[in-house]
Design a protein. Structure first.
Length: 210
């Protein structure tokens, strides 16, 4: 199982839960020091530094992971971040570039690079974390909500592809108001994706709350 953005608090929780469930954990991040810290806590995790905003780097990562570990069965995308405030006038191009790059581009890159693995898997899973702001966006969070909405649309497109070509695969969107404090619940929900039939979870939007 590959976790993109693995060194966040959510990434650490998901990595530990998947490892405890017997999964082979492949943790990817942009900071080698933080990945070393993850490896101290999840000792059997394989770690890779990668700029997930660079598609050529992600395709190279996919080739390396496949050569060293075989094809993956799951992709948990936890790359993100928040920028906003200041009403609609405060929705700067700089914030949009950050959000577009972190929330959407990294998702596009990882899903494209690993799609064939997930299609070929007997139980491929894709999971992302989105926000309730998609349902009720505010002017001060318009950039953020728009990026998250785009990520949800992309994920649903992946799910449609699964439904047509790989009925044992599923794409799932977990939805939170704020992820802080919900890391254990997210980790449990991610592990549980492999206990549910793909058709029952594919293209679902699952709210998480403490």
């Amino acid at each position: 199982m590959l976790i993109a953005g693995a060194t966040s608090a959510a990434g650490l929780a998901v990595a530990a839960a998947l490892s405890a469930a017997g999964a082979r954990v492949i943790a990817v991040g942009s900071n080698a020091e933080r990945l070393a810290g993850l490896r101290d806590r999840v000792t059997d995790a394989a770690t890779y530094v990668c700029d997930l905003g660079d598609f050529s780097a992600v395709t190279a990562l996919a080739a390396t992971v496949k050569a060293e570990h075989g094809p993956i069965d799951g992709l948990v995308h936890l790359v993100g971040g928040w920028r906003g405030g200041g009403g609609l006038a405060g929705q700067t191009d700089e914030d949009w570039a950050f959000l577009h790059g972190h929330v959407l581009t990294t998702l596009r890159n990882t899903t494209r690079a690993f799609n064939q693995d997930l299609l070929a898997s007997p139980a491929g899973r894709l999971a992302i974390v989105s926000s309730v702001s998609v349902d009720k966006p505010a002017p001060g969070g318009a950039n953020y909500a728009a990026a998250k909405a785009a990520a949800e649309t992309w994920t649903r497109a992946v799910g449609q592809g699964f439904a047509k070509a790989a009925p044992d695969a599923a794409a799932v969107i977990f939805v939170v108001r704020a992820l802080e404090g919900l890391e254990p619940e997210l980790a449990t929900a991610v592990v549980g994706l492999w206990d549910a039939p793909a058709a029952s979870v594919n293209n679902t939007r699952v709210p998480l709350a403490a």
